[in-house]
Design a protein around this ligand. Structure first.
Ligand code: HEM
Length: 84
């Protein structure tokens, strides 16, 4: 099954549901990138939902432009949902 097929079957979450997974309201640490939600809870670099000057629980697509890395950083994280 391709990545795109896998993504088609993912559950949808709203901006408000995503916002709760910011590492302080709930334990889960999620962020959205290009419409796909990733669970970053196991990353040591996203402790408490904070990554340098960036915060989980939101769509960080635009902020990737400020990063010193490519979006390949998401490769090792399974997409867990789609942002409505
Ligand atoms: C000031 C901006 C940023 C800095 C200085 C920064 C720095 C870093 C560094 C040094 C790493 C580890 C080395 C690497 O994988 O290249 C990393 C990993 C990562 N970054 Fe960023 N980053 C920034 C912005 C962002 C943004 C905006 C996002 C999301 C859109 C993001 C998502 C990630 C992810 C998912 C990882 C992988 C974490 C892991 O492997 O545990 N970063 N970042």
């Amino acid at each position: 099954m391709s990545v795109l097929d896998k993504e088609k079957n993912l559950p949808h979450f709203s901006v408000r549901q995503l916002a709760l997974r910011n590492g302080s309201d709930r334990e889960e640490i999620w962020c959205a990138y290009k419409g796909v939600i990733y669970d970053l809870s196991r990353s040591r670099l996203w402790k408490n939902g904070k990554h340098y000057e960036h915060f989980a629980g939101q769509d960080l697509t635009a902020e990737m432009a400020d990063a010193p890395h490519l979006d390949t950083v998401f490769d090792k994280f399974e997409p867990i949902g789609l942002l409505i």
